[in-house]
Design a protein around this ligand. Structure first.
Ligand code: HAM
Length: 417
């Protein structure tokens, strides 16, 4: 027989882990809503050029990692590797820029990148992201980071490092590129083939290469931060000042370059020491030119995305609470089974999680299942109970037991839940 297995680099998510996922999603929705972010659902696939142009032809994502295919009408389609480009495409296509600025959205769902799978790195992974479009005010940059910190703190994740940088704008970046080209010019021979090409087309990408030889060759390279223009510097300074005002502990990382080309000015990454090599739990920044590149009006914007798998990994070590049934109804004999179903329906109508034993299961095996499910109470019904109209209940955590008349069951559990 054929053995089926999931493709490499993907994972199934099921109980009990699913409860951690749902908790993260609920907290995100709660926190982001308080900051005025509304949900936006873009499709999971887009026309390929939505990604190639925005993320950049010379990035790892576009060069090597996209799931691209030709559909039956010979269009080039790509499974989204990230969520920002689709939001901007939607914003421009639906002229959302006509609404009052800034427009603030959050989204969640699977992203797809053909990367080498390893701990914390998947080919289908989930992000929750936010995008705020329509202002360059550094107050928004600070608010976004503060919101991210509130989100992590609400989840109980406190030992995180918030790294920030400014990577300049279209005015100052050309100067920096020249300085970089100058620095790299004597070292090209030692670069990997990708970086040799990047030297010609997009030298900034060399700063993001993971090949050991390239990492060595770029040691001591000039930092963007030393070349940003006065406007970018003023923007960065105001952003940092607002963070300090909020008692926000940040670290300036002048070497940070993001793996996507659309970024301008503010860039940030949140990392955890508890995760190993893939330690970024969230990342983002400004992309002040992207809306224009998609054909919209000049619209500065900023956002971030959180990596769900990595957050769930952190939460797993913290003794998470798993939901359990309120009541397990164990029954012996056909009349009891029927009565059990009637009682269960009434309790379920009140919103309680009720489990039942099924035909052919002994009382012992039913009670074993109740234990495995960590049910709070067991209710035991047999012929005697039906005759006397009284049921036995047992609190499974401490073994306390008692009797209640059948018609008192609803009140009893309402009071004890
Ligand atoms: P990114 O840095 O490519 O940015 O991804 C953001 C986060 O997604 C990462 O920090 C990481 O937690 C998670 N992530 C990325 N790739 C994988 C993977 N293969 N497996 C597991 N987790 C992964 C973006 O995607 C930008 N769109 C963020 C953004 C929004 N910038 C502005 N707005």
């Amino acid at each position: 027989m054929t053995k089926y297995h999931a493709p490499k680099g993907v994972q199934d998510i099921y109980p009990p882990d699913i409860y951690l996922w749902q908790n993260v999603e609920n907290v995100a929705k709660e926190v982001f809503s308080a900051y005025g972010f509304q949900e936006l659902r873009a499709p999971i696939f887009e026309m390929t050029d939505v990604f190639t142009r925005s993320i950049g032809e010379d990035t790892d994502i576009v060069e090597k990692e996209m799931y691209t295919f030709t559909d039956k009408a010979r269009r080039s389609i790509t499974l989204r590797p990230e969520g920002t480009a689709p939001v901007v495409r939607c914003y421009v296509e639906n002229r959302l820029y006509n609404l009052p600025s800034p427009q603030k959205f959050y989204y969640s769902g699977p992203m797809f990148r053909y990367e080498r799978p390893q701990k914390g790195r998947f080919r289908q992974f989930y992000q929750i992201g936010v995008e705020a479009l329509g202002t360059s005010d550094p107050k928004l940059d600070a608010e976004i980071l503060i919101m991210l910190r509130v989100f992590f703190e609400r989840l109980g994740l406190k030992e995180l490092s918030y790294e920030v940088n400014s990577i300049g704008c279209e005015k100052c970046r050309p100067d920096y590129k020249k300085v970089l080209l100058n620095f790299f010019s004597g070292r090209i021979e030692g670069f990997c083939p990708d970086c040799k090409r990047r030297y010609e087309h997009n030298p900034l990408r060399i700063l993001d290469c993971k090949v050991e030889a390239c990492i060595k060759l770029r040691a001591g390279s000039p930092k963007m931060m030393d070349f940003i223009c006065s406007d970018c510097r003023a923007h960065f300074e105001s952003f940092l000042e607002l963070l300090r005002l909020a008692d926000f502990q940040y670290v300036i990382n002048p070497s940070m370059v993001r793996g996507l080309d659309y970024y301008t000015r503010t860039a940030f990454e949140v990392t955890s020491k508890r995760l190993g090599a893939q330690n970024a739990v969230a990342a983002g920044g400004r992309y002040d030119r992207l809306v224009e590149e998609f054909g919209g009006p000049p619209t500065p914007a900023i956002g971030f995305a959180i990596g769900m798998e990595r957050i769930v990994e952190l939460l797993k070590t913290g003794n998470p609470q798993i939901p359990a049934p309120e009541i397990f109804i164990a029954t012996i004999g056909a009349p009891a089974e029927k009565e059990g179903l009637v009682i269960a329906s009434k309790l379920r109508e009140k919103g309680m999680w009720v489990e039942l034993g099924y035909a052919g299961q002994s009382l012992k095996s039913q009670m074993r299942r109740a234990d495995r499910l960590s049910a709070k109470y067991a209710l035991i019904i047999g012929d005697d109970e039906i005759r006397s109209g009284k049921l036995n209940w047992k609190r499974l955590s401490d073994g306390t037991q008692g009797e209640i008349p059948i018609n008192e069951v609803l009140n009893f559990f309402k009071a004890s839940s």
